[in-house]
Design a protein around this ligand. Structure first.
Ligand SMILES: CC(C)(COP(=O)(O)OP(=O)(O)OC[C@H]1O[C@@H](n2cnc3c(N)ncnc32)[C@H](O)[C@@H]1OP(=O)(O)O)[C@@H](O)C(=O)NCCC(=O)NCCS
Length: 203
């Protein structure tokens, strides 16, 4: 499996959450509403990722996951812009597995893709989506969130190199990009190899 470059590392409830990034308070454009996707959102979500990533891969991952056992109800979060309700950002959480040392497996939540329309980036929308994802995972008693993504972006939310807590990556990703966030339900026995849903391309 080839090592992915960070630009390709695109793996990051029923009650709508509205949040702004404290780093960006006062910046016009961060007044978004975060809510779970609705059936009519699929095309807009695909367009957000096509534009954010400049390619079709990430949008296809979301489409491929929809309806599979790895899809988490309420785990597809959209950021809706003020006024027209246009979807300006999207984050998906899906169900991966953690293969422990005794070859026991348990579900583990994986974040990604995360995308914001290019013209709306840098206004706290990505942060609002990530805070909502963390809140959802915590509320549902998940011990961890894991992702492969930008080494300089996710640590601000508390992510750390996953290998430091004995989680092996699904692929040969650089340590700095393979990251995990320990949630209140985390326990030190959660070690082993993480597998992402089959919809993620193996690289
Ligand atoms: C990464 C992304 C989701 C962040 O969303 P956003 O709404 O732009 O982010 P926020 O406004 O919450 O945060 C902006 C911060 O993110 C940082 N940031 C954005 N892209 C980054 C990157 N590729 N690497 C490191 N930091 C990044 C900015 O420097 C800014 O930092 P600051 O707060 O210190 O000024 C968005 O920029 C995006 O869609 N990028 C293209 C697709 C992508 O790379 N997705 C993530 C794959 S891991």
């Amino acid at each position: 499996m080839a090592e992915r470059q960070p630009s390709k590392l695109n793996v990051a409830g029923s009650i709508p959450v509205s949040r702004s990034n404290p780093h960006h308070d006062g910046v016009p454009g961060n007044d978004v509403r975060i809510r779970p996707e609705r059936p009519t959102d699929a095309e807009q979500i695909r367009r957000v990722h096509d534009a954010a990533f400049g390619g079709l891969t990430e949008g296809r991952i979301v489409d491929d996951l929809r309806g599979t056992p790895q899809w988490i109800e309420g785990g597809s979060l959209v950021a809706e812009g003020p006024g027209d309700g246009r979807i300006v950002g999207h984050l998906l959480i899906s169900r991966g597995t953690l293969e422990g040392s005794a070859r026991s497996t348990r579900d583990i939540w994986a974040v990604g893709p995360v995308g914001v329309l290019p013209e709306r980036q840098g206004k706290g929308i990505g942060a609002a989506l990530m805070h909502a994802a963390i809140e959802l995972a915590t509320r549902r008693g998940q011990p961890l969130l894991c992702l492969v993504g930008h080494a300089d972006y996710y640590p601000r939310f508390g992510f750390e190199p996953a290998r430091a807590i004995s989680l092996d990556a699904p692929s040969a990703w650089p340590d700095a990009n393979w990251q995990a966030l320990r949630l209140p339900a985390w326990t030190p026995d959660l070690r082993g190899r993480v597998h992402f849903p089959p919809a993620f391309p193996e690289e």
